[in-house]
Design a protein around this ligand. Structure first.
Ligand code: SAH
Length: 221
């Protein structure tokens, strides 16, 4: 048995049960479900919490942040795949790296940025050194400013909630590109928005109510 496979509550059986649970909650995209069945979420939380990794719940990670609830990861990934032929995605808020890994299973290339240095480093070790994803690029930076060198993006997915949609992220969308972003104050009702670019116009659609940690400015040492 390798650490990646896990055993007992971190085993393939537990991942499959999580997939069944997500199916019951309305996740339908088989490619998304297959990615969730594959990525070892227990390696993205502390060892003390690894036995809870396949519950459908957000869990604390370092620096007061959280690894998103699997349902939300699945739902956002379904939105990414809702348009055909999406190959490149920018994620803002690497955190544990779990959402990034799920995306990497489905995309040619995933760019992800994180403002907290220790989280960036830990995600880098997990995703690049240990799990050996070759199609992930990580950067320690404030994602309010996107990642201009690799823009425009077909999809930008934000996993922390700003009060307002950052203008720069809209500017880094390709034509017909989509921004998936939770917006609203921390601990009040946030709305998950799907914003589609058509030329210089932006069409906004509300997906559902959500709860994310706040999107903050600046980067930490
Ligand atoms: N996608 C992550 C969710 C982590 S929580 C996962 O699967 O684990 C959201 C993360 O966004 C936190 O780590 C937080 O530090 C980060 N974040 C908040 N504001 C940010 C910003 N302006 N730029 C980059 N990362 C940010």
């Amino acid at each position: 048995m390798t650490p990646q496979q896990g055993a007992g509550l971190t085993s393939q059986k537990s991942r499959d049960r999580l997939v069944a649970n997500l199916r019951n909650k309305g996740i339908q995209n088989e490619r998304v479900l297959a990615a969730i069945a594959k990525v070892p979420r227990h390696l993205f939380v502390s060892e003390a919490l690894s036995k809870r990794a396949y519950e459908d719940t957000a869990l604390p990670i370092d620096a007061g942040q959280t690894i998103s609830q699997p349902y939300i990861v699945a739902r956002m990934t379904e939105l990414v795949l809702a348009q055909e032929n999406v190959t490149r995605v920018l994620e803002v808020g690497t955190g544990s790296g779990y959402q990034c890994a799920v995306l990497a299973e489905l995309m040619d290339r995933v760019y992800s940025v994180e403002r907290i240095k220790p989280l960036f480093k830990q995600a880098h070790r997990r995703l690049i050194s240990e799990l050996r994803y070759r199609n992930i690029r990580l950067r320690h930076t404030d994602g309010t400013w996107g990642w201009s060198e690799s823009a425009p993006y077909e999809v930008i997915l934000v996993t922390a909630a700003p009060d307002e949609v950052p203008q720069v992220l809209l500017e880094q969308l390709a034509d017909r590109g989509r921004l998936i972003i939770p917006v609203g104050e921390y601990k009040t009702t946030q709305r998950l928005l799907l914003i589609t670019r058509k030329g210089d116009r932006f069409h906004e659609q509300e997906i559902e109510k959500v709860q994310f940690v706040p999107m903050l400015k600046g980067q930490t040492k």
